[in-house]
Write a protein that binds this ligand. Structure first.
Ligand SMILES: Nc1nc2c(ncn2[C@@H]2O[C@H](COP(=O)(O)OP(=O)(O)OP(=O)(O)O)[C@@H](O)[C@H]2O)c(=O)[nH]1
Length: 916
């Protein structure tokens, strides 16, 4: 029965051991192989296992190594079990004293385990988890060991405990013999072990040695009981150096073996887990050397000890596994990722140090910090380096960029698309006139009676080929449109008046176009004018690396007259030619994606947006998202105001159905479902909030700024601007921002199209901002919240009124200006000395009045001898507020007593005057 059981247990053990480590597993296997030989040995431990063990002992002859045959068995079993110390333990226990399964014995065994370890090494297999399980008590050892091991071992300790337990398990067998004693001993040994391992350990060797010692002690102490004896022997011997023998010995003591084995295993196998931390590996070897007997050496192999005579090698998971683990732990700690700013407490956590330790370190450098102090990355890195911890900056992921990221499309599915063109140039050089001319020459003339809608973009057809013009003013096409890094246009037509040449805004336009990597076609306008000088324009263009084709360059220059329409056709043809060269293509068979060109809140239609489809085809009914807005397209109008059902690449359309008004320049994407569109928008909203919070946080955490605010050097006026159309938002925003001066910074923290909403008020409340509404009103909820939160909402219909109001607000915020104002004169006519007060000037008020707390200048014979505060003003013996002309009074001046009769006192006050 027992034998069979043992084999079963062995299997179980293997399973158990597996987690402990491959080594243990292999050991188990080996042990399993060896087991038959060792069968003779019985483990004392688990009564349950004991039976099984018995069986094994018979079969296992190897145990013989050890003096007791049983020991070998145990070892074998253990080996088989590898990880299953319990079984082994049980076996020995059975032999020694089956009864003793008590935890105490386990502890003893644990103690002995160290010795056993040496001896046990061979026996490693004994680990039999049994002891561990049983040995809750043994744990003391484990715990001790843990303590001994110190924190580093913690993780390992967890494992170790098992090792210890196993060995204990072996001891557990003993317990049967004399539970109490063993128990007590176990404790002792446990304590010892703990101490020792801690001391020397690190390595398994520590464990062993301690185990060995403990084993001895235990044994000794146990004395009377057989189990004890055996234990002592085992312990002692193993300790001395018999690995194999001890194994055999352990067989006797059962417990002893178990312990040893367990110990060994624990240290080795289990240790594999735990030890790594402790450095067991190293220690194990040394201990082995110390303990090794001749026999041991014989049996020893790099992999472990040979089992008994068979010469088979039992693998000892011991050292090998442990080291790598320890190394890993250290590595983990050595590199940390830090954000831009981090608090001391967070840094300490990452460094696995105590915050107070860091604070002390900084304090030693003369820098005062608290655990909540935020320090920049550089400082944190410097600090971490002192602990030999490397830092790397946290990589910020642009969630929105990730969201908008697109995979490369299959070129095969792409078809050519119309070019998207924008017109740029200096003021009055004829941009509008050119666009009008183009419309008239192409679109309007063909679409007889058709009314071209002003939707910010339109298409014209030249020789049946469409061209899309973005009708956005100036370089906004590049700035706003490029907000999300999207390329809005393919070709830029630079309008330069032939009679005016290159002007500042022309240069600006050139730079924007170049930065956007857009092809430039120069339209030299107003050639109908007598003062027109085309060649001069071409010459000037050369300064900006735009060399006309007829001058040997590559820049297409088209002389035109927006007034007479001369050259317009040629310009359009040139645009098409350039488009051909660029081979503009897009895939129309996919979800649409493009740019919001313009957007506004229409009283009848709600939010409407002019979008330029860049890829795919947009359909009515599509779910779209644009920035923080989303919705299902209810209706779609083309540039002629006609309802359309779909829009292909490069087509501008006005869409209705969005939940709110998106920002111009925002990318819109068509989604497969409403939920996707909503999620997309939600991400934008949360990202926006995060950014806002980050900005606020960053500001508040800047000591510099705080210092300046404290010193009154910087003040800020946060504003939220809401208007009915995007154009107004921009206008109000810019006008207000211009009001910033050296002392007060006007900061528009949020601006958008639409009514003043609840979230606007919430934001204003949180950031102490004023809401400026231009042609919009707050909704009912927003209004009531604003009243409750005392948020100031200012509504305007004319921009200048808003500006004027803000200007006033600013002047109120400016540091008051004080001016000196003379309030009266007095003459010193008598002097009195008063102890503790000083000299009292008995004076007569000549004119005006003298007021308490005023300032005074004293002149003597035309020469000023004092300018400072009036410390006290008395009428007779009473303090008074003021003394009018014609009355006498007593004056005492702040820290000035050098007065003489006849001195003239001029009283004055500093009064606040309104700023001009
Ligand atoms: N003679 C002549 N006058 C032109 C021509 N093109 C434009 N103009 C005049 O130049 C003036 C400015 O023209 P706009 O088209 O408004 O110029 P713009 O560049 O759009 O000006 P802003 O919108 O203020 O930037 C108008 O009075 C036009 O009539 C042209 O080809 N010949």
């Amino acid at each position: 029965m027992k034998k069979t059981e043992t084999s079963e247990t062995a299997k179980k053990v293997e399973v158990n051991t597996a987690p402990a480590g491959e080594n243990t597993a292999s050991a188990a296997e080996q042990s399993a192989e060896a087991a038959p030989k060792k069968k003779k040995f019985t483990a004392v431990f688990r009564p349950q296992n004991a039976q099984q063990i018995r069986v094994k002992p018979k079969s296992s002859p190897k145990p013989a190594r050890t003096k007791t045959a049983a020991a070998p068995k145990d070892s074998e079993k253990e080996l088989k079990q590898g990880v299953q110390p319990d079984n082994h333990a049980a076996k020995p226990a059975e032999k020694a004293a089956p009864a003793a399964r008590t935890e105490k014995p386990e502890t003893d065994t644990a103690a002995k385990s160290t010795e056993q370890k040496t001896a046990a090494k061979p026996v490693a297999p004994v680990r039999p988890a049994a002891p561990v399980r049983h040995t809750a008590p043994t744990r003391p050892v484990g715990s001790i060991i843990r303590n001994g091991v110190v924190v580093q071992l913690n993780t390992l300790q967890g494992d170790r405990p098992q090792g210890n337990y196993q060995s204990r398990g072996g001891q557990a067998g003993r317990p049967a013999q004399g539970d109490r004693r063993q128990g007590s001993y176990g404790n002792r040994s446990g304590s010892y072990q703990g101490g020792r391992p801690a001391q020397g350990q690190n390595g398994s060797s520590g464990g062993r040695s301690s185990g060995g010692y403990q084993g001895n002690r235990n044994v000794q102490t146990q004395g009377g009981s057989y189990g004890n004896r055996s234990g002592s022997y085992q312990g002692g011997r193993p300790a001395q150096g018999q690995g194999g023998r001890s194994g055999s010995f352990s067989a006797r003591p059962g417990s002893g073996y178990d312990n040893r084995k367990g110990g060994n295993f624990a240290s080795k196998n289990v240790g594999g887990g735990d030890t790594p931390l402790v450095k067991k590996p190293v220690s194990n070897r040394p201990s082995k050397n110390n303990f090794k007997d001749k026999n041991d050496k014989r049996y020893k192999t790099e992999d472990g000890f040979k089992n008994g005579k068979g010469g088979k090698v039992t693998r000892h998971p011991f050292i090998m596994p442990e080291k790598p683990k320890a190394a890993k732990v250290e590595e983990e700690i050595k590199e940390i990722i830090l954000p831009e700013n981090i608090t001391i407490s967070e840094l300490a956590k990452k460094m696995k140090k105590n915050a107070s330790e860091l604070i002390k370190k900084l304090f030693a450098k003369g820098e005062l910090y608290t655990i909540n102090s935020e320090i920049p990355y550089e400082k944190a890195e410097e600090l971490a380096l002192e602990y030999e911890i490397l830092c790397s900056p946290e990589e910020k992921i642009d969630v929105i960029a990730e969201l908008l990221k697109e995979e490369k499309e299959d070129v095969g599915e792409m078809v050519s698309r119309p070019p998207v063109v924008c017109v740029m140039g200096h003021v009055d050089h004829g941009k509008t006139s050119l666009l009008d001319a183009i419309r008239k020459t192409s679109v309007t003339s063909r679409e007889a009676g058709g009314i071209t809608q002003h939707i910010g973009a339109y298409m014209v057809k030249v020789k049946d080929r469409p061209i899309t013009f973005l009708d956005t003013p100036g370089h906004e096409a590049f700035t706003a449109m490029r907000m999300r890094g999207a390329q809005s246009t393919d070709i830029a037509v630079l309008v330069v008046a032939a009679d005016d040449g290159i002007m500042p805004q022309t240069v600006e336009a050139i730079n924007h176009a170049k930065a956007a990597g857009v092809d430039i076609i120069v339209a030299i306008n107003k050639i109908d004018k007598p003062a027109a000088n085309i060649e001069r324009v071409k010459q000037e263009l050369m300064q900006y690396e735009l060399v006309a084709e007829d001058w040997g360059g590559t820049t297409i220059c088209c002389p035109i007259s927006a007034k007479t329409h001369e050259g317009i056709e040629n310009l359009l043809e040139m645009i098409l030619l350039t488009a051909d060269v660029k081979e503009l293509k897009a895939n129309p068979n996919r979800n649409a994606r493009g740019l919001v060109v313009e957007a506004q809140l229409d009283k009848g239609k709600g939010p409407v947006a002019t979008v330029l489809v860049q890829k795919g085809t947009l359909h009515v009914g599509d779910f779209v998202a644009a920035g923080s807005c989303y919705g299902k397209i209810r209706a779609m109008l083309n540039d002629k105001g006609m309802r359309v059902k779909e829009a292909k690449p490069s087509t501008p359309v006005e869409i209705q159905g969005l939940s709110a008004v998106p920002n111009a320049g925002e990318i819109f994407v068509a989604m497969d479902s409403d939920k996707e569109a909503k999620d997309f928008a939600a991400t934008f909203v949360s990202e926006g909030k995060n950014k806002l919070i980050e900005e606020t946080k960053a500001k508040l955490s800047l000591d510099d700024l705080f210092g300046q605010i404290k010193a009154g050097e910087i003040k800020e006026l946060p504003l939220i601007v809401k208007a009915d159309v995007q154009g107004s938002v921009e206008a109000v925003k810019q006008s207000l921002s211009k009001l910033s001066n050296e002392e007060v910074q006007v900061r528009v923290i949020h601006s958008a199209v639409g009514a003043i909403s609840e979230s606007d008020v919430a934001l204003a409340s949180a950031s102490n901002a004023i809401i400026i509404g231009f042609n919009v009103r707050p909704d009912a909820t927003a209004k009531s919240i604003a009243e409750h939160e005392h948020v100031d909402i200012r509504l305007y219909k004319v921009i200048y009124q808003a500006i004027e109001d803000i200007e006033h607000a600013l002047s109120g915020m400016l540091a008051p200006v004080f001016e000196e104002k003379v309030i009266g004169h007095a003459e010193v006519r008598a002097l009195f000395k008063a102890s503790g007060v000083g000299t009292i000037a008995g004076s007569y008020v000549l004119d005006g009045k003298i007021q308490r707390g005023c300032k005074a200048r004293i002149t003597r014979e035309g020469e000023q001898i004092f300018d400072g505060d009036l410390a006290s003003l008395k009428r007779f013996k009473d303090d008074v507020k003021e003394v009018n002309a014609g009355y006498e009074c007593g004056l005492v001046f702040e820290k000035f007593n050098d007065l003489m009769e006849g001195d003239l006192v001029e009283a004055y006050a500093m009064v606040e005057v309104p700023r001009k």
